[in-house]
Ligand binder design. Structure first.
Ligand SMILES: [Zn+2]
Length: 321
């Protein structure tokens, strides 16, 4: 594909030892030419690896070997872009600046226009560009970026507090992922999905026992016990309409009452006496705390990495955090 090259000074030299395995999509909130020139201006202290125009033109500003300054996360818990606030498990687990291990693509557009929906030419260019990036990253780093929703993500998933609308609710993630040969169904543990439990549009009640938002602020009393619709979902949190705040899934209940929400990464206690296979669970296993490493239908695999590595029925475990 044809890519115009420019050199932005706003970048890291190298990636501090990290290899890129995630592609983060953005919206420019400006014109193509404006974005290219601003992201090359030292005053902006911002950049992206690529900018894709509405008509399909592509400019590269930062080499893939280097980290761009596009979706940085902070290691300070008090920061609005603290990695711990991300809805992506990988970002939380890596405990560092997401710019080190991501490739970023800016897309010309304004969120107000159509909430991040790409034009046909722009979508086609992005699909070609992602194929190109995956080839290049393979060549340079020997890393295969998985074509799935856990590795082709939006800025809103990296920094939900500061960038809830980047690139926008209508950005065509699923179409793009399918077109690059992947599955739009999240397949890895850092997948930002809760499809087993809550869905966008569900009406939920904030539990009376809830004390803090996912972002750490105190939940006001009038919010507790009130009903809200889910606007957006992260791995462990939901953005509620009306109050426009992220609440931990463990602090929500569905219309039918409290649900025991079990997902990959959940810490659980065992309440039943038997494994899903029917064998009796020994006491030392029962008394422990386990992490869910996989979910399949009504079963959950506990502690695959160094843990008990056993399947249990979801009805026999209880989430503790
Ligand atoms: Zn962004």
């Amino acid at each position: 594909m044809r890519i115009t090259k420019k050199n932005s000074p706003n970048k890291y030299n190298g990636r501090r030892g990290w290899k890129p395995d995630m592609i983060v999509c953005h919206i420019t909130e400006g014109s193509y030419n404006g974005a290219v020139s601003w992201l090359c201006n030292p005053k902006s202290q911002a950049s992206a690896h690529y900018v894709v125009a509405k008509d399909g033109r592509v400019t590269q500003l930062v080499d893939l070997k280097d980290g761009a300054w596009c979706n940085g996360t902070s290691t300070k818990p008090s920061s609005k872009v603290y990695y711990g606030k991300s809805s992506l498990k990988a970002v939380r687990d890596r405990r560092t600046n997401a710019n080190y291990y991501t490739v970023s693509i800016e897309h010309e557009g304004f969120w107000k226009e159509n909430k991040g929906k790409l034009t046909e030419a722009q979508k086609a260019a992005t699909i070609e560009l992602i194929k190109h990036i995956r080839d290049e990253v393979k060549k340079i780093f020997g890393v295969e970026i998985p074509a799935d929703r856990a590795h082709i993500v939006g800025h809103y998933e990296v920094s939900p507090i500061t960038k809830p609308h980047c690139p926008g609710e209508n950005f065509q993630f699923d179409e793009i992922i399918k077109a690059v040969g992947g599955s739009s169904v999240p397949v890895t543990p850092n997948a930002p999905t809760n499809t087993n439990d809550f869905k966008v549009g569900d009406t939920v009640t904030v539990k009376r026992s809830a004390t803090k938002y996912a972002t750490g602020q105190r939940i006001a009393n009038f919010v507790k016990g009130s009903k809200y619709k889910i606007k957006q979902l992260g791995a462990d949190r939901a953005l509620l309409s009306g109050i426009n705040s992220w609440v931990k899934l463990s602090d929500l209940e569905g219309e039918g009452g409290t649900r025991n929400i079990i997902k990959v990464g959940s810490k659980v206690k065992i309440t039943g006496n038997k494994y899903a296979t029917g064998q009796k669970i020994p006491g030392w296993v029962k008394n422990g705390t386990h992490e869910v490493s996989r979910i399949a239908g009504e079963k959950a695999l506990l502690g695959a990495n160094g843990g008990i590595n056993s399947w249990l029925n979801k009805s026999d475990i209880k989430v503790i955090e």
